[in-house]
Write a protein that binds this ligand. Structure first.
Ligand SMILES: [Mg+2]
Length: 93
């Protein structure tokens, strides 16, 4: 008996939530470095290239845990750049 496929919205929610959880873990692990509100854009761009290289190395090393960590690091630097340039809104209280 075949099971019904997972609805696309649930699939997307689950994947984005799981990846977001990994991003959050990495931010917590690095919170001693402080925030990014006043970090130079060019410095964040440099970090983006460093994290990209680390992500590629983890993929080539076939290290699954490191792929998750470095993918989240890369996403976090991307998030910081979007926040610095575009401005991410915080939920209103
Ligand atoms: Mg990294």
């Amino acid at each position: 008996m075949r099971t019904a496929p997972m609805p696309l919205d649930k699939y997307l929610d689950d994947k984005v939530t799981a990846f977001g959880d990994e991003m959050y873990k990495r931010l917590q692990a690095n919170k001693g470095k402080g925030g990014w509100e006043s970090t130079e854009i060019e410095y964040l761009i440099l970090k983006l290239t460093e994290e990209f290289a680390e992500f590629i190395m983890a993929i080539r090393d076939k290290d699954q845990k490191e792929v998750a960590r470095e993918g989240a690091d890369l996403a976090n630097i991307s998030m910081m750049l979007v926040d610095r340039i575009y401005g991410l809104n915080l939920p209103s209280e």
